[in-house]
Design a protein around this ligand. Structure first.
Ligand code: SAM
Length: 268
């Protein structure tokens, strides 16, 4: 049986499962989408495809099935202990890299590192020393594995936010948990049933971590140090309000979907 014939044995799968299983097929058979349907399948490959369709039907995210996710053109290892890196976060990286590409010896802190996607991408694209923090030991394990896989030397710190830090940085970047606790149950099954709560839950108003960052980050930033944050699409007013006491030149940038997504500001 070839891949095209295999698909006809699953006539009722949704468009999103169809897209995922084709993507999975390309990885499994090491071919392009263009050649996929003609590829002959071994019994073992059919077994793997069947088990993947079964998991996709239970809303398991494809990234957790393949244990991988692409971020900024690099392949990251992911498992259920880390948030799957998002496209919106790539835009945050684009902004930071563009604005800092000519600088040298930057000291950067990635607060709430998860898979390490931000820390590692910055290390591999800027002239910098990077420290990355997470409170989840299992997330840190994943981040360390990624740093090794992607050849990035990062200083990893297990810490509840800034608790274990004692130095100042030129740049602090963070994509903290920012979903309101009550909103989590309304998210898609693929997110609420599989991604780590600790990576999503921003407290009752979704702002718990931004409040800590707004009051504590200034002590860890050099004079004129820059803070870059990813925010939820509905936090473009509330987060800047929290920041204005300790930060100046606050800018909110939109993502490709025209949603508020990135905040940049300078320590006062
Ligand atoms: C939204 S995820 C971001 C992961 C990654 N930076 C990204 O952009 O894909 C937030 C991360 O914050 C971590 N976290 C939650 N509470 C924390 C705390 N008190 N201190 C440090 N990190 C924390 C979670 O473990 C999770 O890895």
């Amino acid at each position: 049986m070839n891949f095209g014939e295999y698909l006809t044995t699953h006539p009722n799968i949704s468009q999103s499962i169809l897209r995922d299983i084709k993507w999975f097929g390309c990885e499994l058979l090491n071919c392009s989408l263009f050649n996929l349907n003609n590829q002959q399948l071994s019994a073992m490959q059919i077994k793997k495809l069947n088990s993947t369709v079964k998991k996709l039907k239970k809303d398991v995210p494809l990234a957790y099935i393949t244990k991988s996710a692409y971020f900024y053109n690099q392949k990251f290892f992911v498992n259920k202990n880390v948030l799957i890196p998002r496209m919106e976060t790539e835009q945050l990286l684009e902004v930071i890299i563009n604005e800092n590409k000519d600088k040298k010896d930057l000291k950067i802190l990635d607060m709430c590192t998860g898979s390490g996607c931000i820390a590692i991408t910055l290390k591999n694209n800027l002239n910098c020393v990077v420290t990355a923090v997470d409170y989840s030991t299992s997330a840190l394990k994943v981040a360390k594995k990624n740093a090794k896989l992607l050849n990035a030397q990062i200083n990893f710190v297990h810490s509840n936010m800034f608790d274990k830090l004692d130095t100042k940085y030129d740049i602090i970047v963070s994509n903290p948990p920012y979903i309101k606790t009550d909103t989590i149950k309304t998210l898609g099954n693929n997110v609420k049933d599989y991604e780590p709560k600790q990576a999503l839950d921003g407290g009752q108003d979704g702002l718990d971590f931004y409040k800590i960052i707004a009051t504590t980050a200034p002590q860890y930033l050099k004079e004129n140090g820059v803070l870059y944050l990813e925010i939820g699409h509905d936090q473009g007013t509330t987060v800047p309000k929290l920041l204005k006491t300790n930060f100046k030149d606050i800018i909110v940038k939109k993502d490709y979907d025209n949603q508020s997504r990135i905040v940049k500001c300078i320590r006062r």
